[in-house]
Write a protein that binds this ligand. Structure first.
Ligand SMILES: [Zn+2]
Length: 439
């Protein structure tokens, strides 16, 4: 009997864990509230690429209940409905950034990465993450896929859970936790070999069984996806190592994102079965065609490079640098031309990059994507890549009421998305920069 009651208790605990996992989207508000009627000059229909004018959105229980003509929907909601008047603004779905590092504020200085590990506690890193999360949400990004926490343990899991519990403001998060790299092939570099316990930026592995163990550990500690480093200037993890990573991750319904910039690294990662290539800056036509044939996403992360060039243009003038920037441009242009799936990701890892996520959409248009393509990369495509196509990424019935409002027309001028005026997440207004008479 004793053992039965022990297992009974264990079972109850397991049920609680399952219940908790299933309610990852649960918001902290519990009392039912009257519906909200949001009136908009126009609402962007992402799929058709057209605007619905004189539009309205009915929000109830944090989700979108109806979208349509304002005159019709006004009649459908009760008197008690709260009116949110955005008849001078354009409404879009909340944006999605598929490549963030919310736990990273790395100083732009020699050894900045090592100093970040050396001088900040995990607790401080978590609080930095909370600040970055708020900045990201206020910039209109209501969902992120956080692809590696840069040596902050499992602080990204804590941040995700704290946001879901309503303790801090931030986007919905999919987190990769520690990332997996080949021993010695990721930050920090050039640490004294005597410092054997010096923290690392990723979980370092050598061989398929260590790689397998790392995936299992990370999933057990809350990883929603797995991030691997397929190269670091040269190919690093082997195909065999990445294959077991993909096998373990997919078995647990987790996707695998691979950092890869070289054609060889990209090929290795794609052959191992990863779901997305992060950066791909040196991707050539052959590997892009391979990606297309396997349905692998490209997350090009252009704006982080553009920002570096803008900051120190004199450091980007060598033939080698120019060739790199040109290959980066071509990789996106060819990807677009042959139909590789593209998702938005801005790669912020410094204090001044969090909240600048929308610069990535402009950066994509500078490499040949139309504004609507860039918006799709940050909405419907991104929702598909992160595995939440039914919940986020479009203003559609049943999805979360994650909405943003801007002045102007983002299809004519993509930069208006860098000045988001209203952010709503799950039906709750997080930020409102429109004049007082607008609600
Ligand atoms: Zn990154």
């Amino acid at each position: 009997m004793r053992s039965w009651s022990f297992f009974g208790l264990l079972w109850q605990l397991c049920s609680l864990v399952l219940l908790y996992s299933a309610s990852a989207f649960a918001e902290s508000t519990s009392a039912p509230e009257p519906p909200e009627l949001l009136l908009a000059a126009r609402v962007l229909d992402i799929r058709s690429g057209s605007y619905l004018t004189d539009a309205a959105i009915v929000v109830e229980g944090g989700r979108i209940k109806a979208v349509g003509a304002a005159t019709a929907l006004r009649k459908q909601v009760p008197e008690s409905a709260k009116i949110i008047d955005l008849r001078d603004a354009t409404v879009l779905p909340g944006l999605i950034d598929c490549h963030t590092h919310l736990m990273a504020r790395i100083a732009d200085e020699p050894n900045g990465y090592a100093l970040n590990l050396l001088t900040k506690s995990q607790a401080y890193r978590a609080l930095e993450g909370a600040a970055n999360a708020r900045a990201t949400l206020e910039a209109g990004f209501t969902t992120v896929r956080d692809v590696e926490n840069e040596g902050s343990g499992y602080a990204d899991v804590a941040l995700r859970d704290a946001i879901n519990a309503g303790l801090v403001e931030g986007p919905r998060m999919r987190v990769a936790t520690r990332g997996i790299a080949a021993v010695g092939q990721y930050f920090p570099f050039a640490i004294s070999p005597d410092l054997t316990d010096f923290p690392t930026g990723a979980q370092m592995v050598s061989g398929p069984e260590e790689a397998r163990r790392a995936v299992r550990e990370q999933i057990s500690h809350g990883a929603d996806l797995i991030k691997v480093y397929a190269d670091w200037r040269n190919p690093t993890l082997t195909i065999a190592e990445m294959q077991v990573i993909v096998e373990e991750a997919h078995k647990a319904q987790r996707k695998v994102a691979a950092h890869a910039t070289t054609p060889e690294g990209i090929r290795n990662a794609v052959m191992a079965g990863v779901d997305s290539i992060e950066h791909g800056h040196r991707a050539d036509r052959a590997v892009l065609e391979l990606m297309k044939s396997k349905g692998v996403y490209l997350v090009p992360t252009l704006s982080v490079i553009d920002a570096m060039v803008a900051k120190s243009p004199d450091e980007w003038t060598s033939d080698k640098d120019r060739a790199f920037l040109e290959s980066m441009r071509q990789s996106v242009a060819i990807a677009k031309e042959i139909g590789v799936k593209i998702a938005d990701g801005s790669d912020p890892a410094a204090a001044d990059r969090h909240g600048k996520n929308a610069e990535e959409l402009e950066a994509m248009t500078r490499r040949g994507l139309k504004p609507l393509d860039a918006i799709r990369a940050a909405t419907t495509s991104a929702a598909d890549l992160i595995g939440w196509p039914d919940d986020v990424g479009a203003v559609e019935v049943g999805k979360f009421a994650d909405l943003i409002a801007v002045r102007g027309d983002p299809i004519a001028d993509i930069t208006v998305l860098q000045h988001v005026k209203i952010v709503m997440k799950g039906g709750r207004i997080i930020k409102n920069d429109l004049p007082g008479d607008s609600r």
